[in-house]
Design a binder for this molecule. Sequence first.
Ligand SMILES: [Zn+2]
Length: 325
Amino acid sequence: MRRIIRILRNLALLLIAAVVVLAGVLGVNALMRTSRQIDVAAAPRAGVDTDAASKRLAEAIRFRTISNFLDPEQNADAFRGMQAFMQASYPAFHAATKLEVVGNLGLLYAWEGSDPKAAPIALLAHQDVVPIAPGTEGNWQVPPFDGVVRDGFIWGRGSWDDKGNLFAILEAAEQLIKEGFRPKRTIYFAFGQDEEVSGQRGAKQIAALLASRGIKLDFVLDEGLLITDGIMKGIDKPIALIGVAEKGYVTLTLNLAATPGHSSMPPRQSAIGMMSAALARLEDQRFPAEIRGTVREMFDTLAPEIHAQPRRVVEPVAAQAGAAT
Ligand SMILES: [Zn+2]
């Protein structure tokens, strides 16, 4: 009996020691993490007039540039209207760059750099938006295509996906050109017209055109995610999410043949049951959830910003943004 007590006591001591060591390691680990944030206030910035810029984006929202997978001409007037508005609003940009229209409504601008040996880059944004689901017009706090600036927000379809991006790029470039800036490397601006319906006429053709000229881009910056508020417990500051990839998708058609019969004498296995079982099996085949690669890097970047103790508890809450990109 005494031997058992001694063993139990030793085990308890060992357990306590292990917990102390683990807490120490985690504590040191948490303290060792230093913020990776850059000093945003110290970064050079273009003096964009935010009020005027907001009004321009609001105006852009009023053009109903809804793309259609089958009909490239649907809403072509809205696209052309918005393009004319871009031309009128950003004269310095249009004077400094060379524009090529690709695939009828796609736009490819080139801003030539001062160093012809420097590899070019491309900034991407799409002009089109998705339609409004019929019958949901009344659910909008502000009508989707009115382009209203209210309470510090620009409201409407496309305000962030992706006219916000498109017009932010134009605002920044216009201002930089006015300030006499010229990039060292050539910058391409590729503004497709059908990203929401696969990008066959816009992005694909622009990419093919650049490839046919042997142009190799050093990097491409496309629409990303949002600057979010409150998605991570313990971080009060807004978090800018950087999208480094986009999920693909697959469409499957499931067919099955079953023996027909009368419903008064149903077979043990009906077509509905078999199809349901197949669908349920399909749903079970998910990728395992893992924290590695860029996801891990995201948590490593966020960890030092968490003020609540203990920092090692990083608990994501439901993401706010679920819209298509
Ligand atoms: Zn998008």
